[in-house]
Structure formats: structure tokens, C-alpha cells
Unconditional design. Structure first.
Length: 93
């Protein structure tokens, strides 16, 4: 192995170490950011309905009436059972 080949191999190895280090730091930063978001959003969701010091529970406006934008409202009418003779085709031709 001559000096040129050794120099190339050394530069290649140095580059590989730099990429490994960068990848490690990016992964660690992404994990820290995800953890931070989880904590922040978890605390903000928990504060929507929390117990106060005197034992009472605070309720957000969406929870107090049941008609807010929660997306979960009771149906106006109970579903009726069908005749049992419905047929669905595969749609193929």
C-alpha cells in the first residue's frame, strides 16, 4: 500500500467517523425534541380538566355541555335493525 492509498483510506475513515458522529447527534436531538413535545402537549392536555386545591374539578367548555367540538356526541335516534335481506356485491365485472 503506497502513501496515496493510505491517505485516501485515512480521509475515508475520517469522513465515516464524522458522519457517524453527526448521525448520533441528530438522533439524540430528535429524541430530546420528541420528549419535550410529549411533555409540553401532555401537560397542556392535562390542564384542560384538573382538580383544584379545594377538591373541585375544573372543566373545559367543551366538556361542560357535551355539544362542543369534541367530535363525540350521542346519536339522536337509536339505530334500527334491517330486514336482513341486504345484498352487497363485490363490484367486479
Amino acid at each position: 500500500m503506497n502513501d496515496t492509498t493510505r491517505a485516501r483510506a485515512a480521509r475515508r475513515e475520517h469522513g465515516r467517523r464524522r458522519v457517524f458522529t453527526l448521525t448520533t447527534w441528530v438522533a439524540a436531538g430528535a429524541a430530546a425534541l420528541a420528549t419535550t413535545f410529549g411533555v409540553v402537549f401532555g401537560l397542556s392536555a392535562a390542564s384542560a380538566s384538573a382538580t383544584t386545591g379545594d377538591g373541585t374539578t375544573t372543566v373545559s367548555p367543551d366538556q361542560s355541555t357535551g355539544t362542543g367540538d369534541s367530535g363525540l356526541n350521542a346519536p339522536q335516534q337509536v339505530p334500527q335493525t334491517g330486514s336482513g335481506s341486504a345484498h352487497t356485491g363485490s363490484g367486479g365485472s
